[in-house]
Design a protein around this ligand. Structure first.
Ligand code: GN1
Ligand code: MG
Length: 367
């Protein structure tokens, strides 16, 4: 505790640190909420994070990106009259955007979105619409930033054919106990090998273009203003980089439409909720209509199916590899998480006609 206060003080030179508490439930970085002694409500708290440099090999690039796109988006929101908050980078005592401690760990601080909270699952249609709206707004405000101005903070992120290769490597290298659940997962992946290439093929064929994307727009990264119930920010900005907008919409849908949440132990009961899906898409399209192309719409269903499958493969691969990427609470945690995503993928496949119908209705709304 004391150790963390000393680090927090690096980012709070003029005030006293009151406490440092673990915050959120990220799978990669370590996150703390720092409370300092100030009368200004907006500055009372800030977010302190230790970046996992096993995953993010070039953490300075993350900070460089963050400076560039938060400033861009803040300006754009002002010009467009959007009420939208972007977390601010808080410099360390020496003026740099990070602090390296005596163990060589990489720390950074960002402002906390004040007067807002997030949810791990979606319980009502109104929240679903706000979650979609948040993603649409984020993509809209960053859309005109040239992608060459964004560094690649995580090479291979969301490139599904690569995840399949990693899976094959982990499978051939590691011993594991083969039980009913593991066999189910192995078969599940094998039957969808071809499908895994769908987005990257469309990109190679020039049908889909790289754009700035968020990378991790899951439900609990959307900040909902407490006073109004409106989405006012989308946080967790380490993976903002060039990508396909489909990674974002797929990730947002796979997390929002699984009402049991991705950490549930009842994986057999996991389902995709089409009503919540329709509301997320509706909120998303209020903003995204401005920049989506016909080809973008054509791959929406596939992106929903693919991102659930992708995350399942990533969790399962990490289980096979001995839990080296995602933090786990027990040795079978990543297997459990993989089963949740595979069940969700199955449910998305079952609902395919309904989901396509919903999308179709939004592309060409009845007059
Ligand atoms: C990881 O650490 P967190 O929870 O923000 C992962 C995402 C996954 C998510 C699943 C860099 O994000 O891709 O969707 O877990 N981030 C990275 O909960 O791999
Ligand atoms: Mg994240």
């Amino acid at each position: 505790m004391h150790h963390y206060s000393i680090i927090a003080e690096q980012f709070a030179p003029y005030t006293q640190v009151i406490n440092v508490n673990e915050f959120g439930n990220g799978n990669i970085n370590d996150t703390y909420l720092v409370t300092v002694d100030t009368a200004l409500p907006a500055e009372k708290q800030f977010v302190l994070q230790r970046i996992n440099t096993q995953v993010f090999k070039h953490p300075k690039l993350i900070m460089q990106n963050m400076r560039a796109f938060t400033e861009h988006m803040r300006r754009r929101a002002r010009e467009e009259g959007h009420q939208w908050e972007m977390p601010r980078v808080i410099p360390a005592l020496d003026g740099q955007d990070f602090f390296i401690d005596s163990d060589g760990c990489f720390w950074r601080a960002i402002s906390y979105v004040h007067g807002a909270r997030s949810f791990n699952t979606i319980k009502d249609i109104g929240l679903a619409r706000e979650v979609g709206y948040a993603l649409g707004t984020f993509q809209y405000l960053i859309n005109d930033l040239p992608i060459h101005q964004l560094a690649d903070t995580l090479e291979g992120f969301h490139i599904m054919p690569r995840y399949l290769q990693n899976f094959d490597n982990a499978f051939s290298k590691n011993g594991f106990k083969k039980n009913a659940e593991v066999s189910y997962c192995l078969n599940f992946v094998d039957r969808r090998r071809e499908f895994a290439h769908i987005l990257e093929n469309a990109r190679k064929q020039g049908k889909l273009q790289l754009r700035p994307v968020h990378g991790d727009p899951k439900v609990n990264n959307v900040m909902i203003e407490e006073a109004t119930g409106r989405a006012i920010s989308l946080v967790d900005l380490d993976t903002v980089k060039p990508g396909l907008i489909h990674y974002d919409i797929g990730d947002c849908m796979r997390s929002g439409c699984n009402t049991l949440g991705e950490e549930t132990e009842q994986w057999e009961a996991v389902q995709f909720d089409p009503e919540i899906g329709a509301a997320i898409l509706e909120g998303y399209l209020t903003q995204a209509r401005n920049f989506l192309t016909a080809a973008d719409y054509a791959y929406l269903f596939d992106s929903i199916r693919l991102l659930a499958f992708e995350l399942g493969v990533r969790f399962f691969t990490d289980y096979l590899a001995g839990n080296v990427y995602f933090k786990v609470k027990h040795p079978d945690h990543n297997l459990q998480r993989a089963l949740v995503q595979f069940k969700l993928t199955e449910s998305i496949e079952t609902y395919e006609p309904d989901i396509r119908h919903i999308i179709q209705g939004m592309v060409s709304p009845a007059v």
